[in-house]
Design a protein around this ligand. Structure first.
Ligand code: KIV
Length: 278
């Protein structure tokens, strides 16, 4: 068993075994998903929605990402930690992209992910030149939902499918070590997986990819709504509400805390105290 998963290990998994990636945004869940055997932990900008209750990922800042990457890194997982570059942290210039990606690495990320295809290939190149491992993200790119006209399916018509394939090739050529393909027709994801030497990680793009990624809160049943391509493996919301309701009832009924949850003074010390304060 590999002690610590590296970018090289992820590359070596292509065509051999499926790669498992899941998001986590804090110390406790990073520990748990690592024990569960995830190969990569994505500190995704989806944290804006699932951790901060924002309507989209647009308002997520570098400070938000650094804060959550630090918390995940403190778990010292075996899994590779990938930190998302938030909206406008890499679009303006190559220099800004390198500086911001560097901040995520200093906070504990071991790779960064950024959304986009041909148009951001030079940013990927700049990061790789600076020694920063990069994961691409094509197909549905949620940071661009305004331009795309919503969170819609991608690659159903030839022109769009061709563009997504071109994006994948450009990101690989720029030096990325893996690429997320989101909400894209299965056939397009399959073609890309066959064409690329780097692993493809799917979300909502079918089973042909080299790996899969899910948002942890969707998988655990902690999200209010989940996208049609996500799968809820447990209803943790119900489990949490049940547990906290039982706690509330026990407090109100005087059942909690019971004897094993508190301690008492020594008898002679108590007597001395009572004599003093009389
Ligand atoms: O931010 C995120 O969680 C992501 C995944 C949906 C791939 O980018």
């Amino acid at each position: 068993m590999v002690e610590k998963i590296s970018v090289k290990d992820i590359l070596g998994m292509k065509g051999r075994e499926k790669i498992v990636m899941v998001t986590a945004y804090d110390y406790a869940f990073a520990k748990l998903v690592d024990v569960a055997g995830a190969d990569m932990i994505l500190v995704g900008d989806s944290l804006g929605m699932v951790m901060h209750g924002l309507p989209s990922t647009i308002p997520v800042s570098m400070d938000d990402m650094i804060h959550h990457v630090r918390a995940v890194a403190n778990a010292k997982p075996r899994a590779l930690i990938v930190g998302d570059m938030p909206f406008l942290s890499y679009e303006v210039s190559r220099e800004e992209a390198v500086r911001n990606a560097g901040l995520l690495l200093k906070a504990g990320a071991e790779a960064v992910k950024l959304e986009g295809g041909v148009e951001i290939a030079d940013r990927v190149e700049a990061l790789v030149d600076a020694g920063i491992p990069v994961m691409g993200h094509i197909g549905l790119t949620p940071q661009r939902f305004l331009r795309l006209g919503g969170y819609r399916k991608r690659g159903r018509v030839v022109e769009e499918a061709e563009q997504i394939i071109e994006d994948a090739l450009a990101i690989e050529d720029a030096g990325a070590f893996a690429i997320v393909i989101e909400y894209t027709a299965n056939e397009v994801a399959e073609i890309i997986t066959r064409k690329l030497k780097i692993p493809t990680i799917c979300i909502g793009s079918g089973p042909s990819c080299d790996g899969q990624v899910l948002v942890l809160h969707d998988l655990l049943g902690l999200s209010k709504e989940i996208p049609p391509f996500a799968k809820k493996y447990v209803d943790l919301s119900k489990i949490v509400v049940d547990a906290v309701s039982r706690y509330a009832s026990e407090v109100r009924e005087g059942i909690f805390p019971s004897k094993e949850h508190y301690f008492s003074m020594k008898k002679d010390e108590l007597k001395k105290l009572l004599d003093k304060i009389k």
